[in-house]
Design a protein around this ligand. Structure first.
Ligand SMILES: NCc1[nH]cc(CCC(=O)O)c1CC(=O)O
Length: 301
């Protein structure tokens, strides 16, 4: 018998996600024992500042990485979209899950059926803010921090007309009934990795018990999305968005590139073979950046 400890943030969503990995392992290997070890990360503790002021995505993984390194845990389960592009070599991502609904959605206060245009839209990333400006040009967007439950509480308190959240988180929390509108990926390009779980482990250890967990097409989509963002050095705060779909060996990647200095941004699409996922991500990134550059030169003339 082998015992595995999964390290998890202590938010409800993080625990549900860790339970999904636990349940997979237990179903395939009933002789194994799996325990979930929850912890608060710096990113969960600091809620009064926006993430870019306190140091980025890494704040949600530092404590979990430490537990892995010190062997208090064997695996960490993360939302892939929260993972930095650079992952420590000794703590590799060892599996990606199948993808839950990757779309962003609109959530109204409980019982309401229409969007109150007098109140701001609550959203927590530049990526969403930028794209919401196109969909709701007359509405203000206001930052909302905290885990999904905290954000929903702020919505019920009347601070916002609606929230924009990921469908994946709401569905996993059993809150799909709160969704009042879905944004198709073409209208609002999701964050790279949205809807996918990443399992992280220690280099060199046996993780054969995760066999069958991942889906090859989802892995290709994730690689293309992350290659795009990494090439553009997106990190957490550039509103870079990337979403790939794989169908019968063909990968289509949608991307958004934003140039901080000028405020210019550009959306684009690339299609190719799944085997070339990362190259496709880089190719789209290069093309969009060139387009923004060219436009900047035009404006300067
Ligand atoms: N930034 C928080 C976060 N990280 C992952 C999800 C949703 C689940 C997922 O995308 O897999 C959410 C909530 C949200 O953005 O609404």
């Amino acid at each position: 018998m082998r015992k595995i400890v999964i390290g998890s943030r202590d938010s409800r969503l993080a625990v549900v996600q860790s339970e999904m990995v636990r349940d997979f392992i237990l179903e395939k290997h009933p002789d194994m024992e799996v325990e979930i070890l929850t912890m608060k990360t710096t990113g969960d503790k600091i809620l009064d500042r926006t993430l870019d002021k306190i140091g980025g995505k890494g704040l949600f993984v530092k404590e979990l990485d430490k537990a892995l390194l010190e062997k208090h845990s064997d695996l960490s389960v993360h939302s892939l979209k929260d993972m930095p592009m650079e992952v420590p070599e000794d703590l590799p991502l060892v599996a990606f899950s199948k993808r839950e609904d990757p779309r962003d959605v609109l959530v109204l206060p409980e019982g309401e059926t229409e969007l109150n245009p007098e109140k701001p839209l609550g959203c927590s990333s530049l990526r969403r803010t930028l794209q919401l400006k196109e969909l709701y040009p007359d509405m203000e967007c206001k930052s909302v921090r905290g885990n999904v439950q905290t954000r929903l509480r702020k919505l019920e308190e009347g601070q916002y007309g609606a929230l924009v959240l990921a469908a994946a988180g709401l569905k996993r929390l059993g809150l799909a009934h709160r969704i009042s509108r879905y944004f198709e990926p073409e209208e609002m390009i999701p964050a790279a990795g949205q809807g996918i779980l990443a399992v992280q482990g220690r280099a060199g250890e046996d993780i054969s018990f995760l066999e069958g967990f991942q889906d090859a097409d989802v892995v290709c989509a994730a690689l293309a999305e992350r290659a795009f963002v990494k090439y553009l050095d997106g990190g957490c705060f550039s509103p870079v968005a990337a979403h790939a779909v794989v169908e019968e060996g063909t990968l289509t990647l949608l991307g958004l590139y934003y140039e901080e200095e000028t405020g210019n941004y550009k959306k684009g699409r690339v299609t190719g073979k799944t085997a070339e996922a990362e190259r496709l991500g880089i190719a789209l990134a290069q093309r969009l950046r060139e387009t923004c550059r060219a436009r900047k030169e035009e404006q300067a003339e």
